[in-house]
Design a protein around this ligand. Structure first.
Ligand SMILES: *[C@@H]1O[C@H](CO)[C@@H](O)[C@H](O)[C@H]1NC(C)=O
Ligand SMILES: *[C@@H]1O[C@H](CO)[C@@H](O)[C@H](O)[C@H]1NC(C)=O
Ligand SMILES: *[C@@H]1O[C@H](CO)[C@@H](O)[C@H](O)[C@H]1NC(C)=O
Ligand SMILES: *[C@@H]1O[C@H](CO)[C@@H](O)[C@H](O)[C@H]1NC(C)=O
Length: 437
């Protein structure tokens, strides 16, 4: 186990180092242009050799690269622990508490499935990509919590006020600071962590009708919503992020999980499954996929299907081989994260879903995808996987790097969800830098 861990670590290190080199190369190119005008001949020669030296490192055998690039990167910066993100600078606006902190009076605000808006802010505040000098910032983070206005009737977040709250925050930021107007908001980052993300509505029809608020159109939105096809709620620069699941809760479940790792439930789902789903202006919850699962497999001994809430459901996931992740109103679900984190193979039933952090999480290798129209054959599809490649999928799934990438920690850890967000942002730098000029 120890050996496995350390080999994983070194692999991770490798990838990181390679990425870091890439980043450094572009920095060097920038430096090159600046130096060129002052001491051109002499510096051109020096910079060119540096450039070729680093590109040599990038193209060379990765095993070799570790030690060498270590030397190179040390000469650039030694005081940062965020690896390839070390040059990234994020300025965080300090907004009046009605935009964020006030909502935390309700404890649930920090822990429910939309809480990434809180978690990312919290982690950034303590991170060393944070800069207090806005003039050197690559990005501006606008911390507005819109998902914590829980309805007193049903306990669900009411996001009706989201547009007004964000608009008012933007007005504040754009009158008090020059940076919004300068870039027309293009290097400003927001979180929209509920159903249809930047459209701020729980129902798709309304979400599509309202569209993304004009004021956000140029900005970058971190959102849980993502699909592979064209959709009005993602027509904005965006990064798909995982729904929030408390890492502490996951660790507690893992600690209590059966020591022998035995999984006595074959296929598991707990959640809303309506027998007769209502026609809500032409749409049916989960496109009736969950209804079909219930009708077809309730009573099948291989399936453990539950329709009611239960606080101990994470332990059920830890005891299961397959965990069904069918769409709800939106394609994504917190089950995706919980299944992966607890080692249960996610069975993704949500046509066209765009999953978070595809460069860090090899979704095709750790999950089973079932088309919505094939849900009636779910038993046969899963039997086939169990008979052929289940062991392989489970082994892939147990890679700690994967789990880490989907969880938001209160302080950034290398490779965790906030770190992945920053990585995605840093990859957008070209665009933002240009439009910010
Ligand atoms: C909370 O949501 C309700 C319903 O959408 C809305 O009437 C109310 O103004 C919101 N509260 C705040 C403080 O924005
Ligand atoms: C930015 O533009 C808006 C609208 O044109 C204006 O009201 C505001 O004063 C400007 N902000 C600054 C800091 O100049
Ligand atoms: C659902 O309701 C809409 C009207 O809101 C109607 O046009 C449609 O035919 C209904 N669909 C079904 C399957 O009942
Ligand atoms: C497992 O097998 C299925 C076909 O039964 C295939 O679609 C899937 O890609 C395989 N997964 C992996 C990780 O090999």
């Amino acid at each position: 186990m120890l050996e496995l861990k350390s080999s994983l670590k070194s692999k991770e290190f490798n990838v990181k180092m390679k990425l870091m080199n890439k980043h450094n190369t572009t920095r060097i190119q920038q430096d090159k242009t600046c130096c060129f005008f002052t001491y051109y001949k002499w510096f051109l020669w020096l910079c060119l050799s540096l450039y070729f030296f680093t590109s040599y490192l990038i193209t060379n055998d990765p095993q070799d690269t570790i030690s060498k690039s270590n030397v190179v990167s040390h000469s650039f910066s030694t005081q940062n622990n965020l690896g390839l993100l070390k040059n990234l600078k994020v300025f965080i606006y300090e907004l009046p508490s009605k935009y964020n902190k006030d909502w935390l009076l309700n404890e649930r605000c920090k822990t429910h499935l939309f809480a990434s808006e809180v978690a990312i802010h919290t982690a950034l505040l303590k991170s060393n990509v944070r800069t207090f000098d806005p003039s050197e910032a690559d990005f501006f983070f606008v911390p507005v919590y819109v998902s914590c206005n829980f309805s007193t009737v049903n306990g669900f977040p009411a996001i009706g006020h989201a547009r007004a709250l964000i608009t008012s925050a933007v007005e504040l930021v754009s009158t008090e600071y020059p940076f919004w107007n300068r870039s027309r908001g293009s290097n400003h980052v927001f979180v929209a962590s509920h159903d249809f993300g930047a459209c701020f509505h729980t129902l798709e029809d309304n979400a599509v009708k309202d569209g993304i608020p004009r004021i956000l159109k140029n900005s970058i939105v971190l959102q849980t919503f993502g699909v592979e096809y064209k959709h009005p709620c993602q027509e904005v620069q965006n990064v798909v992020i995982p729904p929030y699941v408390s890492p502490e809760k996951i660790w507690r479940t893992l600690e209590k999980a059966p020591v022998n790792g035995r999984r006595d439930i074959w296929a598991f789902f707990r959640g809303k499954m309506e027998v007769h789903p209502k026609n809500v202006s032409g749409r049916f919850y989960s496109k009736r996929v969950r209804t079909e699962i219930w009708r077809k497999f309730n009573g099948d001994r291989r399936f453990y299907l539950q329709r009611h809430r239960f606080t101990g459901y994470q332990m059920e996931i830890a005891r299961s081989v397959f965990c069904l992740c069918p769409l709800g109103w939106a394609p994504w679900s917190p089950r995706l994260v919980e299944s992966v984190a607890l080692g249960c193979v996610p069975v993704i039933i949500a046509d066209g879903i765009r999953l978070p952090f595809s460069s860090a999480v090899k979704w095709a290798e750790i999950s089973v995808t079932v088309a919505e129209k094939d849900v009636g054959k779910l038993d046969k599809i899963l039997e086939r996987v169990a008979a052929t490649n289940l062991t392989l999928i489970q082994r892939n799934l147990w890679d700690p790097k994967t789990r880490r990438a989907l969880l938001f920690n209160s302080e950034i850890q290398e490779g965790d969800a906030t770190w992945q967000v920053l990585l995605s942002l840093s990859q957008k730098l070209g665009r933002s830098m240009v439009s910010a000029e």
